[in-house]
Design a protein around this ligand. Structure first.
Ligand code: NDP
Length: 326
């Protein structure tokens, strides 16, 4: 009973800080390292998927400084340790509500804890969309051949046959990227036309080792329980089913930026990505609120670019705090 009463009192207390970092991918951790070293005493809420999208990636070979590669989860643990080394207060839990109407930014955690902060760094990232098939999720979890990032994982399938699903600019870009590494890329387009821009579609069509199958829907990702061996596809016009052998199954059907809780206050584009108020900075339309990583990036989406913008956000936040003191 006493414990409950103490917790209630504690919860009702507002915590006043100078820097809150929301989200814990490479953007958030890099922001934390910089903010902590600048003595901003940042608090980070890790969010629903601590470590972010990289925790679903197997091997990361393109992050500079890891000549032998590193697994996504391992890299995130190292970034977390580095942020903690400079005394970032890393907390599990997530922010469910914000109020950015005043000079002090108010944020609430899922258990109702209220935080008032001068600066907020949004690094909530984006989530790749998947088809949602059980077989797809099975091999994704195992790291057995399902991926939503050709640039991250394409290299593992060089000289092999892969299938990619999607018909937007991302799918075209990724199919083209894969075509340079793989012997064959089969592209599954669910309608009888692409959504991507004409120039991207032309590039894909001109690439000899990309085969495009229209009206084609994935029914099942096939495998031996550990690794992907093919995909079962149905043609939506003829209802004919076929099996396509492949060792890699790439899903490129879009991403969903995790920006829902900010939309009342922060300017988003039509697809939900946060808009930079001033290009070349991390500033949003709200003073003292900065953005880093995939929550504002639908173009590059790399761990290294997220880390770079995390650094920018911390430096911008530091300058903003300094300006408040004068
Ligand atoms: P989009 O939303 O543009 O395209 C998603 C594609 O996935 C659509 O073709 C859609 O099919 C298909 N799709 C969705 N759900 C399924 C499903 N369940 N099964 C099969 N197919 C499915 O996402 P993108 O990531 O391609 O692009 C997002 C934004 O980023 C766009 O504005 C794009 O222009 C931009 N972008 C620009 C690039 C560049 O300029 N270099 C590179 C990459 C992205 P359908 O068409 O039938 O709905």
């Amino acid at each position: 009973m006493l414990n409950f009463a103490l917790k209630t009192i504690e919860m009702s207390q507002i915590e006043r800080i100078s820097c809150l970092i929301i989200g814990s991918g490479p953007a958030g951790y890099t922001a934390a390292i910089y903010a902590a070293r600048a003595d901003m005493k940042p608090i980070m809420y890790q969010g629903l998927q601590p470590g972010g999208q990289l925790t679903t990636t197997n091997e990361v070979e393109n992050f500079p400084g890891y000549p032998q590669g590193v697994t996504g989860p391992e890299m995130m643990l190292e970034l977390e340790a580095q942020a903690k080394r400079f005394e970032t207060d890393v907390r599990s839990g997530f922010i469910t509500k914000v109020d950015f109407t005043g000079p002090i930014h108010k944020c609430w955690t899922e258990d109702g804890h209220e935080i008032h902060t001068d600066t907020v760094i949004i690094s909530t990232g984006a989530s790749a969309k998947y088809l949602g098939l059980d077989s797809e999720q099975h091999y994704l979890r195992l790291g057995g051949g399902v991926s939503a990032c050709a640039v991250c994982d394409g290299f593992f399938y060089r000289n092999q046959e892969v299938v990619i699903v999607g018909a937007g600019d991302s799918a075209c870009e990724e199919a083209h990227y894969l075509s340079k590494l793989c012997t064959k890329v089969t592209m599954l387009v669910r309608r009888d036309e692409f959504r991507a821009s004409k120039i991207m579609v032309e590039r894909v069509k001109k690439t000899t080792n990309i085969e495009i199958l229209y009206n084609s829907e994935t029914i099942e990702v096939l495998g031996d329980g550990q690794l992907v061996t093919g995909v079962r596809v149905v043609n939506r016009s003829s209802n004919l089913q076929t099996e396509i052998p492949c060792t890699g199954f790439f899903v490129a059907i879009g991403h969903q930026p995790n920006t829902e809780i900010f939309k009342e206050f922060i300017d988003l584009d039509q697809t939900g990505y946060i808009k930079y108020a001033q290009p070349g900075t991390s500033k949003t339309n709200v003073e003292g609120v900065f953005v880093a990583g995939d929550a504002a990036d639908k173009t590059y989406r790399q761990a290294i670019t997220a880390a770079g913008t995390g650094c920018m956000a911390a430096l911008d936040a530091e300058r903003y705090l300094a300006s408040l003191e004068h």
